[in-house]
Structures are given as structure tokens and as C-alpha cells.
Ligand binder design. Structure first.
Ligand code: HEC
Ligand code: HEC
Ligand code: HEC
Ligand code: HEC
Length: 389
């Protein structure tokens, strides 16, 4: 028995020129699992090629994957980037597998530009295959074309090329009964590893031709392959994928929180560094409650009663501002700064310290407002004894 694939093993779920992290993670697991299956040859689809030569070479070396591709070449050297074909021998029968990839059909712009980035060019499959055909024929009894070009192009290739079998890739259709096209056995088994195609060939005595064939596209069990090692890989891949997604989500959340914090901080600076007494209440409720009993807590209402709430000459001493009070020029004062609040005496909540340094500055603080003009009776000892909270 021989086993092979017609390509696009690795999904390209990326809207960019590079594979996304989750695609790479899965591609690595796919390569490992594929290694366990020990295929005779794996044609490269354009999505595989988009991962780049380094990734593919690494996967091939690490997991013994036999990639074949006759028509993907290096832009500079013009050499094929993987061997065009591979030959396997079993029970005295030598089978050659040639890989070709579609030069134009259904290649997305992202895949196209990824191929460009990797200096990979896809050229004419017929011409490139014919170049090595004599060499292949000398080495093999049977020639299988792994045609990652879709159904129409594969039909043309079956007509044009002296091959015995064409296995179609790059096309989602399923065909249960292989047919004959252009003298070759023509088969396809769908996409997304839903199925695997089987093909039983009876060769003529001298092994030179296919005498009879029979095949099917068999549905794989939805729970996955019945191979403990591969199952373990699938479970591990899912676990890592979930973990990665969770981390991404947390990072996004942190980013949002940081952005919100920045925005809040910006707003606080805009209103002279004032959080507002409400924000202190949650931790200092008894102090807040007693402060509410003091005239300071209603100083803005007093102004309003005097019909001067929008008089720039008055506002400064009847509202709170720590960094500066230039905002009072704006008549639409935010309620957070109304009245003589905690931060007027303790400083901005932005600097909240818990080491005794976040205390009132004492008499000088009071005298900023309690000046002879506005508070002629002010006496620090006496006024303090009334209690600020
Ligand atoms: C330099 C700071 C400052 C400015 C400016 C200021 N006030 Fe006052 N205001 C105070 C202080 C301090 C008190 C409390 C006086 C006290 O009880 O000793 C006060 C008390 C008051 C009171 C209640 C007590 C009273 O005198 O009836 C009113 C009303 C008032 N101010 C209105 C105004 C108006 C109107 C203006 C603008 C023309 C103004 N304030 C500008 C600091 C100021
Ligand atoms: C008019 C100025 C002034 C205002 C307004 C003010 N404080 Fe004070 N605060 C003081 C002074 C003065 C002390 C006592 C300092 C000392 O004992 O050395 C103090 C002490 C404190 C203390 C430490 C001792 C204690 O009583 O627990 C806390 C906490 C405190 N204030 C929180 C607040 C909060 C919260 C608000 C607003 C709801 C507020 N303060 C409003 C001046 C003020
Ligand atoms: C998240 C809780 C929390 C919030 C909100 C908070 N504080 Fe505090 N504050 C504390 C803790 C905890 C201490 C230290 C322990 C104590 O003495 O209560 C403290 C101590 C203080 C002190 C004592 C001085 C010092 O340096 O030790 C002052 C004054 C004070 N806070 C004022 C404020 C003001 C004004 C606000 C609002 C702008 C505020 N706090 C908001 C938790 C908070
Ligand atoms: C931002 C300006 C400002 C600062 C700072 C300030 N006050 Fe006042 N204070 C006022 C205003 C305005 C009033 C009048 C409020 C009202 O009647 O509506 C007032 C009223 C008072 C009153 C009530 C007086 C009365 O006649 O009932 C006391 C007591 C007082 N302040 C003590 C203090 C002490 C003590 C300090 C310093 C630790 C201080 N204040 C800091 C603006 C200020």
C-alpha cells in the first residue's frame, strides 16, 4: 500500500501576508501528525507554500515529510524549492509521485503576497513535469500525478501528460468512483480531511499499465483518527489554542482597562486633579459623612444662592481644584469639583499616599480662601475647633 496527499495540508486562515499565530500552532501539530502517518509523498498546495520554504523545510526534516512540487521555484535561482517527485517501492512495484500546484486559480491576494515575500514563483505545471518525465519513467513502473490544481486543470494535465494516475487536490468535490481521463485513472476525495480516498489498481503482468481499478472516498469518523498518538496531538493542539485565545483576550482586556484608566486620568487632570469626594467615600465613609455636615460641603450652593455661581471672581474659593483652578473660566463646571472638598486640603487623589504624607498642609491651606476680605473673623484655632469633618 502507498499513501499520499494532494496538498493544502496547512490552512491559511490569515488576512495578512504572514500566517497568524493560531495557524502556525496548528500547522506545527499537523506536521507532527503527518509525520506519524508516514506518507510516501505530499504535494504542496499554495497555502502550504505560503508558509515559506524555511517552515516547510523544517517540518520536512523534523517529521520526515516527503514534500514534492515540480512547479514551485525560487524567483532568483529558478530552481524548484522541493524535489519534483518521490519514488517508493513496495512488493517489487515502484511508484513515482509528482506534485504540481495551481499557477493561478483561486489564489487569494494574501497568499499571493506571502509567496512573493518568500521568493516563491509558481510556473507552468506541464512544462515542469515534462522536464523530469523521462527520468521518472526510468525509475518507476507507475506514475501518479498529485495535482493540486483543481478539477479542470487536472483534466487537461491528465490529457497532456503520460501519467497513470491523477489525484485531484485544490477542489472540494468528492467522487466515489474513480473514472478514466486521458488514459489516466482520475480520482478525488474532497477537502478538509473529511475523507480519505482509496484506489486499488491491478497492473498488467509486466507492470507497465493499469489493467483495472476501483476506489472510493471514505468518510472519516467525526471524532478523529483512531490513532492514540495523533489523538493526543489533536487534544494538545486544541488545549494550546484555547490557552492562547484566553491569553489574547486577557491582554485585550488589560489594554482596555489601561486605556480607560488613561482616559479617566486625563479627565481628572482636566478638572484640576480632582477625583471628587464621592470617590473617597467608598473607603472613608465616616469622614465623608461628617464632612457633609460642614458648610464646606455646600459652599457652591451658597454661591448659587448669591446668584454668583458663574462669576469667575467668586468661584475659585467655593469649589475644589488642586493642580490649578484655571478650569473655573469654563462656566460648565463638572459637579465633581463643586464645594470645598477633601482634595482641597489633602491634595489630588492621584497622589494618594498612605504614609502620612497625604495630609493637610495646615493653616496656610485654610488661608488661601479664608483671607481678610472674605473671612474677616478667621482664626485658625477657632475655625479648626468647629471640625472640618
Ligand atoms: C478668596 C476666596 C473667596 C472668594 C474669591 C470669594 N469667597 Fe465667598 N467665602 C469665602 C470664605 C472663606 C467664606 C467663609 C467665611 C467665613 O465664614 O469666615 C465665604 C463665604 C461666603 C458666603 C457665605 C457667608 C456670607 O458672607 O454670607 C457667601 C454668600 C459668599 N461667600 C459669596 C461669595 C461671592 C458672591 C463671591 C464673589 C463676589 C465670593 N464669595 C468670593 C471665600 C471666598
Ligand atoms: C478643609 C480642609 C479639609 C477637608 C475639606 C477635608 N479634610 Fe480631611 N483632614 C483635614 C485636617 C485638618 C485633618 C487633620 C489633620 C491632622 O490631624 O493632622 C484631616 C484628617 C483626615 C484624615 C486622617 C484622620 C481621620 O480623621 O481619619 C482622613 C482619612 C481624611 N482627613 C480624609 C478626608 C476626606 C475623605 C475628606 C472628604 C470627604 C476630607 N478629609 C476633607 C482637613 C480637611
Ligand atoms: C481604595 C480605598 C481608598 C480610597 C478610594 C481613598 N482612600 Fe484615603 N486611605 C485609604 C487607606 C487604606 C488609608 C491608610 C489607612 C487609613 O488610615 O485609613 C488612607 C489614608 C488616607 C489619609 C490619611 C493620610 C495618610 O497619608 O495616611 C487621607 C488624608 C486620605 N486617605 C484621604 C483620601 C481622599 C481625599 C480620598 C479621595 C480623593 C481618598 N483618601 C480615597 C484608602 C482609600
Ligand atoms: C477652597 C477654599 C477654602 C479652603 C481651602 C478652606 N475653606 Fe473653609 N470655607 C470656605 C468657604 C467658601 C466657606 C463658606 C461655605 C458656606 O457657608 O457655604 C468656608 C467655611 C468654613 C467654616 C464655616 C464657618 C462658619 O461661619 O460657619 C469653617 C469652620 C471653615 N471654613 C474652616 C476651614 C479650615 C479650618 C480650613 C483649613 C483647614 C478651611 N476652612 C479651608 C472655603 C475654604
Amino acid at each position: 500500500m502507498f499513501a499520499c496527499s494532494s496538498g493544502d495540508i496547512f490552512e491559511w486562515a490569515s488576512a495578512t501576508r504572514a500566517p497568524r499565530d493560531d495557524s502556525l500552532l496548528k500547522a506545527n501539530f499537523m506536521a507532527q501528525a503527518l509525520g506519524l502517518l508516514d506518507y510516501d509523498a505530499i504535494a504542496l498546495g499554495e497555502k502550504d507554500l505560503a508558509y515559506g520554504r524555511a517552515f516547510l523545510q523544517d517540518a520536512a526534516n523534523q517529521h520526515g515529510l516527503k514534500f514534492v512540487c515540480a512547479n514551485a521555484i525560487d524567483r532568483t535561482t529558478k530552481e524548484t524549492i522541493f524535489p519534483p517527485y518521490a519514488v517508493s517501492e513496495r512488493n517489487g512495484v515502484r511508484v513515482a509521485f509528482i506534485g504540481v500546484v495551481s499557477p493561478e486559480r483561486h489564489i487569494t491576494a494574501q497568499v499571493e503576497s506571502a509567496l512573493l515575500d518568500h521568493q516563491i514563483e509558481i510556473v507552468d505545471p506541464t512544462e515542469m513535469t515534462m522536464k523530469v518525465m523521462d527520468e521518472i519513467r526510468a525509475k518507476a513502473d507507475l506514475v501518479v500525478l498529485l495535482s493540486h490544481t483543481g478539477i479542470e486543470s487536472s483534466e487537461y494535465l491528465a490529457e497532456d501528460l503520460p501519467v497513470d494516475v491523477v489525484l485531484v487536490g485544490h477542489y472540494p468535490a468528492i467522487q466515489h468512483d474513480p473514472k478514466e481521463v486521458g488514459g489516466a485513472v482520475f480520482a478525488m476525495a474532497g477537502s478538509k480531511s473529511d475523507r480519505f480516498g482509496t484506489l486499488e489498481l491491478t497492473l498488467t503482468e509486466d507492470l507497465s499499465e493499469v489493467a483495472a481499478f476501483e476506489g472510493d472516498a471514505i468518510r472519516l469518523l467525526s471524532k478523529g483518527p483512531e490513532n492514540a498518538q495523533i489523538n493526543a496531538l489533536a487534544v494538545e493542539s486544541d488545549r494550546l489554542d484555547k490557552e492562547r485565545k484566553k491569553e489574547q483576550q486577557l491582554a485585550r482586556q488589560r489594554e482596555r482597562e489601561d486605556a480607560n484608566k488613561l482616559q479617566t486620568t486625563a479627565k481628572i487632570h482636566q478638572r484640576g486633579g480632582v477625583f471628587g469626594a464621592e470617590s473617597c467615600k467608598s473607603c472613608h465613609e465616616p469622614v465623608y459623612d461628617t464632612w457633609m455636615q460642614t458648610p464646606h460641603a455646600t459652599a457652591f450652593a451658597t454661591l448659587a444662592e448669591a446668584d454668583s455661581w458663574d462669576d469667575p471672581d467668586c468661584i475659585g474659593c467655593h469649589v475644589t481644584g488642586v493642580e490649578d483652578k484655571t478650569y473655573v473660566a469654563d462656566v460648565n463646571l463638572p459637579p465633581e469639583v463643586w464645594n470645598v472638598q477633601c482634595e482641597e486640603c489633602h491634595g489630588s487623589g492621584l497622589q494618594h499616599a498612605r504614609d502620612g504624607s497625604y495630609m493637610t498642609s495646615g493653616e496656610a491651606t485654610c488661608r488661601k480662601c479664608h483671607d481678610p476680605d472674605n473671612s474677616p473673623e478667621f482664626d485658625y484655632e477657632l475655625y479648626s475647633s468647629y471640625g472640618v469633618h
